[in-house]
Design a binder for this molecule. Structure first.
Ligand code: PEP
Length: 270
């Protein structure tokens, strides 16, 4: 089960390059109903069984978190939220705080998903505030970064990743980084059916790990789980997950069917 390292010895993965444990997370986005969310979570729980060679999380919409929390309680499936607001409480109508997420059983939260950056105009500074607020509440953070198609075509991929990392990881120490996961998600691959090639993913992940090492410390960067996200399916997962710096997958569309999601999970088992 995936927990904040302060709560257990170890965290989600061992602390060296060769032993990073694969981590597959499902982003259900604004999909499911209370009934279908429960059924989907049950399917994942049953399919995963006692498997612990890979870490697994499901991330339902806010209204169904409490219900899914009951389904995954005591299993090897962790529960995550898709967003949070960077304050503990107060006059922020419609928002949800990190302590509230912990209260209903969440262990992790996404921050900086490209849909939040693009549709809701979230900046790296705001994302950085969320990272700190979520970590303070003892949630694990999956920080998402990635370039658009125009940026890739203009050879700006590394510049964009550098800017996003520098801004989103401001004042993140090596100790705090241990409670984080990064997700490299090229925007052009999200929901398009066009995934990055394994080589494109590996190149970006190696760049990200190197840059995180400069920002937060080399040792913490070597232990960091970096997921790839963008049209991961059961039939392309193994090729992506066998790349040396690809430590897991953040899965959107294919996380909505237990058999597809579990197919990706199985691809993560070496
Ligand atoms: C995502 O939402 O983070 C994602 C990667 O979606 P998809 O798998 O559908 O491309």
């Amino acid at each position: 089960m995936l927990r904040h390292p302060d709560e257990m010895s170890g965290g989600i993965g061992p602390r060296n390059l060769s032993m990073r444990k694969k981590f597959i997370a499902g982003n259900w986005k604004m999909n499911t109903s209370s009934i279908s969310a429960e059924m989907l979570a049950s399917g994942v729980v049953k399919g995963l069984g006692s498997e612990t060679r890979v870490d697994v999380a499901v991330c339902p919409p806010f209204p169904f978190l409490a219900r899914v929390a009951q389904v995954v309680k005591g299993t090897h499936v962790a529960l995550g939220a898709q967003n949070c607001y960077p304050k503990d409480e107060g006059a922020f109508t419609g928002e949800v705080s990190p302590p509230m997420l912990v209260d209903i059983g969440c262990q992790l939260v996404f921050v900086g998903h490209s849909e939040r950056r693009q549709i809701f105009k979230e900046t790296d500074a705001f994302i950085n505030n969320k990272v700190h607020a979520a970590l303070k509440a003892k949630l694990k953070v999956i920080l998402c970064i990635g370039e658009t198609l125009d940026e890739r075509k203009a050879n700006l991929t590394e510049t964009v990743l550098d800017t996003q990392l520098t801004g989103s990881l401001a004042n993140i120490t090596s100790a705090l980084l241990k409670n984080m996961v990064l997700a490299y998600e090229p925007v052009w691959a999200i929901g398009t059916g066009v995934n990055a090639t394994p080589l494109q993913a590996q190149d970006a992940h190696a760049f990200v790990r190197n840059r995180v090492g400069q920002l937060c410390g080399e040792s913490a960067a070597q232990s960091l789980i970096i997921q790839y996200g963008g049209s991961v399916k059961p039939d392309n997962a193994a090729d992506l997950l066998c790349q040396p710096d690809v430590d897991g997958a953040l899965v959107g569309g294919a996380s909505l069917r237990p058999e597809d999601f579990l197919g990706i999970v199985r691809a993560g088992i070496r």
